[in-house]
Design a protein around this ligand. Structure first.
Ligand code: ZN
Length: 400
């Protein structure tokens, strides 16, 4: 029989938009939330084990809307890492995902891997073989022969793209990831040129929609970004060079802006891995300047946004701190890493807020991230699917 638990929360931030509640109770039945309410009016069910988190700030488990499982950006040459054999990649992934989970991430959207590694790892986590967040898998990236993100796989022309997307779904992908523009960590690519034609982007989106899924696109700006938005891509990743007009177009089409600050700005990001490569570092410096100048406006524009670490494992606190630095309220920053990210990843029926019926993904924090966002670095307990996870926060490196 599924265990019944009642959690006494010091403060509950439920992710619905309601104000934080002092002294709330969350009842967990098996892997789902059964009831949420004030301690005074929420009966503890007979036989429920009581968990006392009354000195903690409790909130939904974090949803990392853009990451990778095998990559460690601080090791440099991310494409080289993706070109390795599956086994070394899988071994790195187990360590990376443990770190993500320990930092409070209970759901993580994978934005491409080779070897269909993410599907195998998703199943291993679901089966309890290794600890880790629940994974949403992109499998192979849809990139062109001369595109950013090209490791083993490349797809040129409408027909190859259709076949690639269909094969990805057949192997278990949850969404499609298109590489529409160049990237910071590949020196020879341009950040705002469109690698793909409109027809190629449309083919990827069509195949996703036909399968009942959606397309995401790596796009920094310019024609590549605009083509994706016009053709119905749901989430625009990075958008490091997006102009005000680009963001207005995204808003009009209800495309999500997925912010990935850590990869550009965190000390464990591209800087640590590729600091000796002057071509990459020049691109990185330019991207940092542009982001610091434009994102405060983008985030205040009304465009829908959510957060992801892009492989800087354990860095969700840094992501949300950067939002606050760019003028976002602490409450909205927490939403960007929970409910909004769940909506962007189409998982909001299951995760992202603490309401009856959803999966019991909860984290317990020492301190109050609404008062001081850095408190998010002090995650003390992680519950996923109603089970307290056997990870020791901060054991594998400091959160953030
Ligand atoms: Zn990425």
């Amino acid at each position: 029989m599924a265990p019944l638990r009642a959690i006494r929360c010091g403060t509950l931030f439920d992710g619905t938009g309601a104000p934080p509640a002092r002294g709330a109770v969350v009842v967990v039945d098996g892997e789902r939330i059964a009831a949420v309410g004030p301690a005074a009016t929420t009966p503890l069910p007979a036989g429920a084990a009581v968990l006392d988190w009354s000195d903690r700030f409790v909130m939904p488990g974090l949803v990392d809307a853009h990451s990778h499982i095998s990559i460690v950006p601080g090791d440099g040459d991310q494409i080289g890492q993706l070109r390795q054999e599956a086994v070394p990649q899988a071994l790195r992934a187990t360590a990376n995902l443990r770190r993500d989970l320990a930092s409070g991430t209970t759901t993580l959207r994978v934005m491409t891997e080779e070897h269909f590694l993410d599907v195998a790892v998703r199943e291993a986590i679901a089966a309890g073989v290794i600890p880790g967040p629940r994974l949403l898998c992109g499998t192979r990236g849809i990139t062109s022969s001369n595109g950013h993100g090209r490791a083993h796989s490349a797809f040129d022309g409408v027909d190859e793209i259709r076949r690639g997307v269909r094969e990805n779904f057949q192997r278990g992908a949850d969404h499609v990831k298109i590489f529409a523009t160049g990237g910071v960590s590949s020196p020879g690519t341009t950040l705002n040129a469109s690698v793909y034609s409109r027809e190629e982007i449309r083919a990827a989106v069509e195949e996703a929609l036909r399968a009942g899924k959606y397309a995401a696109a790596h796009a920094h700006g310019g024609p590549g970004l605009r083509l994706c938005v016009e053709e119905g891509v749901s989430t625009i990743e990075h958008a490091g060079l997006a102009t005000d007009d680009d963001v207005a177009l995204m808003k009009e089409h209800r495309a999500w802006l997925i912010c990935t600050f850590a990869i550009f700005m965190h000390e464990r990001g591209i800087e640590q891995g590729d600091g000796r490569n002057p071509a990459i570092m020049a691109k990185l410096a330019a991207a940092r300047r542009t982001i610091a100048e434009t994102f405060p406006r983008h985030l205040a524009s009304g465009v829908r946004y959510a957060s992801g670490t892009d492989g800087v494992h354990g860095a969700m606190p840094f992501e949300l701190e950067t939002l606050v630095r760019f003028g976002v309220s602490t409450a909205d920053a927490l939403l960007s890493g929970t409910r909004w990210a769940a909506e962007a990843c189409r998982m909001d029926a299951e995760v992202g807020s603490v309401v009856p019926g959803k999966r019991a993904d909860l984290i317990a924090i020492e301190g109050d991230p609404l008062a001081e966002i850095e408190a998010l670095r002090r995650v003390r307990l992680v519950m996923k699917d109603g089970e307290i996870q056997d990870v020791i926060p901060n054991k594998h490196g400091t959160n953030g």
